[in-house]
Design a protein around this ligand. Structure first.
Ligand code: GTP
Ligand code: MG
Ligand code: ZN
Length: 295
């Protein structure tokens, strides 16, 4: 049964934190206020401790170091990219997988719109994520490719779909779980971007067991609560090389005798992967500087 609940005022610590008080996936204790109403109404009195969560730094507009919890109590985060229309976002998957490692949830990559792939073939970057141990599934909401595989990955798990607007998150979910009738919208021809059709994160039960959350398209993603000096720890492919860095505190950037950079030169780590690391590092440092915290 579905209850429409507001959050008890005392649970909100300030306007900025409201978006994080109760999120999709939370387990709550609530008080029935009007059972006979349609839908029945209640008030959330308590949000129970979260087993897991996935969070990012809230937008700059909401002021520096603010946690935005995207979902609570999830088992896996599913990064959705489309091969075309919109084109993949550089570094997005790397960042989501860093967040998955940081928050102890499984990371999965969906490559959607496979029907739109041209002769130039698939970017070898995607294979690399597979080699790193992440599950990668090629799908098409148009042809049905990969949907059975995707379904088995979601069964009995609590999952979050996340990716840019227009990549096909809601379209995939409509096929995985018929009857949902989620709204989908064309990608605009002019900009090649989606229209932000889904506007809130919503959790749905799956027929075969488990739950899945659809979420609004996002562009940037800075994982919450990662110290710049630790970012490298969340890149599993850096582990071997960093054992050979001259300095124990090596950030694998400008330092001499860096084992990670050696691995890049030798072709063991692709250049784009190191680049994604450097950009994430820069973004996290920049945020700390802006909010006046130590570096
Ligand atoms: N050719 C092709 N088009 C697809 C595929 N999947 C989705 N689309 C189309 O892409 C457009 C955007 O799909 P949505 O499902 O609304 O995308 P979304 O990721 O939910 O977007 P937001 O809700 O804005 O975040 C729609 O016109 C879909 O029909 C696919 O596999 N192949
Ligand atoms: Mg959508
Ligand atoms: Zn190094």
């Amino acid at each position: 049964m579905e209850w429409l609940c507001r959050v008890r005022g005392r649970l909100k610590k300030g306007p900025r934190e409201v978006q994080t008080v109760a999120v999709a996936g939370d387990r709550v204790r609530f008080l029935a206020v009007d059972e006979k109403d349609d839908p029945p109404k209640g008030v959330i009195e308590e949000v129970l401790p979260r087993r897991t969560r996935i969070s990012r730094l809230a937008s700059r507009r909401s002021g520096g170091q603010v946690e935005q919890v995207l979902m609570a109590n999830l088992d896996q985060v599913v990064a959705v990219q489309s091969l075309w229309d919109p084109v993949p976002q550089k570094g997005f998957v790397d960042r989501l997988m860093v967040a998955a490692e940081r928050f102890g949830v499984k990371g999965i990559l969906i490559l959607n719109k496979y029907d739109l792939m041209d002769e130039s073939g698939e970017d070898p970057a995607w294979n690399y994520f597979e080699e790193l141990g992440y599950t990668v599934v090629r799908t098409s909401a148009e042809s049905g490719l990969g949907l059975d595989h995707f379904r088995t990955i979601l069964a009995n798990q609590i999952s979050l779909l996340i990716g840019a607007s227009g990549v096909g998150k809601s379209s995939l979910l409509n096929l995985i779980q018929p009857g949902l009738r989620l709204r989908v919208n064309e990608v605009t021809e002019k900009t090649g971007l989606g229209r932000h059709t889904t506007t809130r994160t919503e959790l749905f039960p799956l027929e075969g067991g488990g739950f899945i959350a659809d979420s609004p398209g996002i562009r940037g993603f800075n994982p919450w609560d990662i110290d710049p000096t630790d970012v490298g720890d969340y890149f599993p492919d850096f582990a071997a090389g960093s054992g050979n860095c001259r300095y124990r505190t090596c950030m694998h950037r400008d330092e001499p005798e860096c084992g990670v950079k050696d691995d890049v030169v030798r072709g063991r780590i692709p250049g784009w992967r190191h680049e994604a690391y450097l950009l994430l590092l820069r973004d996290l440092e920049e945020r700390l500087d802006r909010t006046g915290r130590r570096r």
